[in-house]
Ligand binder design. Structure first.
Ligand SMILES: Cc1cc2nc3c(=O)[nH]c(=O)nc-3n(C[C@H](O)[C@H](O)[C@H](O)COP(=O)(O)OP(=O)(O)OC[C@H]3O[C@@H](n4cnc5c(N)ncnc54)[C@H](O)[C@@H]3O)c2cc1C
Length: 575
């Protein structure tokens, strides 16, 4: 079985050349010392570490999984030592501030590293995947005491963190959460009681301590999400005593066997408030947004791994003699059999999915650049615009990177024929692993609702319009700009129809029928920008007899037709 090796050269071309990433980062005074060489060195080292240490544990993590005994959880062999090497080498703390023990580097580098880690070993990466969000949440909402005690341990990854939200009866609908919190007489601490399910990394042997961030409801709190508060409850307190947080069992599941999915019982466990009482969801949203983007990166990484595997398999595997154009038949010696990559139907799968990986990568790295801009740019208007990009694009990326990954990996599995369905080549593991990404961190249905009702309708589509106008400026004067201009005008018109519809008595009900299609429409519009940019600034080659690796043509042939389909569905539903 081949193991995933990140293609650092390709990613560096995308980031340095197509997105002009290093120069854009250097413009931010906070990163004035950053340059292309530094970024490239770090990413090349990360690629080596991931290929040598994390990738080889992927299959064993899947086949042996985690084990549970009397409240203790053991991760698969090799996971704990790899984690120790990971955080001690500073990979967990890339973007955390130096004053908290971090490396103080741009978020874009962290995005790239986590995308590669997910492609290499999704199960293992679940553990550190929540660190960034926990760090941001604690940094922005934690009391000075909590910051002093916990922030550095989380920033460096020495202690892992969890996100304890879901309960048996409350998944997407957080307003139904029932875990109770009670303020103690000392006026400082709270006791937390309740059972959380599906908690990733709720218990394990990867780090000495585990910091749980828990949503719970105070006794006199209002009903619904306005009555939720956020608490920090560690596995071990400062004096070494263990808290009353118990792992009752771990779930048997379809994929990510290397990640323990735990049922956690809080039995009057002592904890501390993060932020203000009844404002817990507001604080938790920092963690949830970071996690949503992280899940989008999982989709990209896993699709890249599947493309890598299916490409090398298709080059080796020989079946039939491939059909060729007349012009080539006379020039080539007579072959009995061809590699299956020469069969157009197989080449199409690989070309399309390789192009999707690149196009989604551009969107994800662009989002990382926008998040750094939103935080560090000296000009307020620029900061606001960058934040608007992140707000609008996050649900689109979460839903579409994961949906397209699952569909694309399934196509890549097809390249292997029956050999893809059996476990030997590892492609079926990617398919099983990738399925969860469409479900957790807000299902893809919830992302579509978030996009329409929280990101588009409230400002009458203004932020979206600004984003589309800016994207067009990037590709002004190119052959693709005419096509994208028309598509973006159609999106603006459709958005106006949705806004108008939302004011009618049954408006929101009717909009619910087309929210998925609307999200897909915007996805294709964004992919169009990526493919146009790849065409102009990337190293794309022209079409040849072996297929088509020209991103813009791939977009036109195999992505854009869906735009017309979704547009038609939306207009028919809303007319
Ligand atoms: C492996 C794994 C790891 C997880 N890790 C964590 C974790 O670390 N922390 C944590 O707190 N949780 C975690 N979860 C829980 C996960 O976030 C939830 O499963 C998810 O939010 C969905 O909740 P649910 O399963 O209760 O489904 P439900 O909310 O019951 O939804 C069922 C279906 O109905 C749809 N639906 C619900 N409401 C609407 C609506 N308004 N409109 C349209 N469709 C709707 C959903 O999209 C879904 O398709 C994990 C789950 C798994 C399986």
């Amino acid at each position: 079985m081949s193991i995933y090796t990140p293609d650092s050269q390709e990613v560096l071309t995308l980031f340095n050349q197509v997105l002009n990433g290093p120069a854009r980062i250097k413009e931010l005074p906070h990163f004035a010392d950053f340059d292309e060489e530094l970024g490239s060195q770090i990413l090349e080292e990360a690629a080596k570490f991931i290929a040598n240490v994390i990738s080889p544990l992927n299959a064993i993590g899947d086949s042996l999984g985690c084990s549970y005994q009397s409240g203790e959880v053991k991760t698969p062999p090799g996971f704990a030592s790899a984690y120790k090497e990971f955080w001690q080498s500073g990979w967990a703390s890339l973007s955390a501030d130096t004053e908290h023990g971090g490396q103080g580097l741009p978020l874009a580098l962290e995005f790239i590293v986590y995308e590669w880690l997910s492609g290499a070993n999704h199960g293992w990466t679940m553990a550190p995947g929540l660190l960034h969000g926990a760090y941001e949440t604690l940094k922005h909402h934690g009391s000075q005491n909590l910051i002093d005690q916990y922030l550095e341990k989380i920033a460096t990854g020495e202690w892992l963190a969890t996100m304890c939200i879901t309960e048996a009866h409350a998944g997407s609908d957080l307003g139904l959460l029932q875990t109770k919190a009670h303020k103690e007489e000392d006026g400082q601490t709270y006791s937390i009681s309740g059972t959380k399910i599906f908690i990733s990394g709720g218990e394990h042997d990867l780090s000495e301590n585990i910091v749980h961030l828990v949503l719970a409801r105070l006794n006199d709190a209002p009903k619904g999400t306005k009555g939720l508060s956020l608490f920090l409850v560690p596995k071990f307190y400062e004096d070494g005593t263990r808290s009353a947080v118990h792992c009752e069992r771990i779930e048997e599941k379809m994929g990510i066997h290397g990640s323990p999915t735990c049922v956690m019982r809080f039995e009057d466990a002592k904890g501390w408030l993060i932020g203000e009482e009844n404002k817990g969801l507001n604080a938790m949203f920092l963690m949830m947004n970071a996690a949503r983007l992280h899940v989008a990166l999982q989709g990209i990484g896993l699709l890249d791994a599947a493309v890598q595997k299916s490409t090398s398999y298709a080059q080796e595997r020989k079946q039939f003699r491939a059909p060729k154009p007349q012009s080539l038949i006379s020039k080539e010696p007579n072959q009995n059999t061809s590699s299956i990559i020469e069969h157009p139907q197989i080449k199409k799968i690989i070309d399309k999915n390789a192009c999707q990986v690149k196009a989604f990568r551009l969107l994800a790295y662009q989002t990382a650049l926008m998040l750094d801009t939103a935080k560090h740019h000296p000009d307020e208007t620029t900061r606001i615009k960058a934040q608007q990009w992140s707000n609008v694009v996050t649900p689109i990326l979460k839903a579409s990177c994961t949906q397209n990954a699952f569909d694309g990996i399934s196509e890549c599995l097809q390249v292997f024929g029956g050999h893809g369905y059996v476990s030997e080549w590892g492609i079926e593991q990617h398919l099983r692993d990738s399925r969860i990404a469409m479900i957790y961190e807000g299902t893809n249905e919830i992302q579509a609702i978030d996009l329409m009702t929280r990101k588009v309708l409230p400002d009458q589509g203004l932020a979206l319009k600004g984003i589309l106008d800016d994207l067009l400026k990037d590709i002004q004067g190119t052959q693709s700009s005419v096509v994208l201009q028309k598509m973006y005008s159609q999106i603006k018109e459709t958005t106006q129809i949705c806004i108008q519809m939302s004011t009618e008595p049954d408006g929101l009900y009717r909009l619910n029928w087309i929210m998925q299609e609307y999200l897909r429409l915007l996805t294709i519009a964004l992919l169009g920008w990526s493919c146009a940019l790849l065409n102009e600034r990337g190293n794309s080659t022209d079409s040849n007899s072996m297929g088509d690796s020209n991103p813009w043509r791939i977009f036109q042939k195999w992505m854009r037709p869906d735009f017309e389909k979704y547009l038609q569905i939306i207009h028919e539903e809303l007319s």
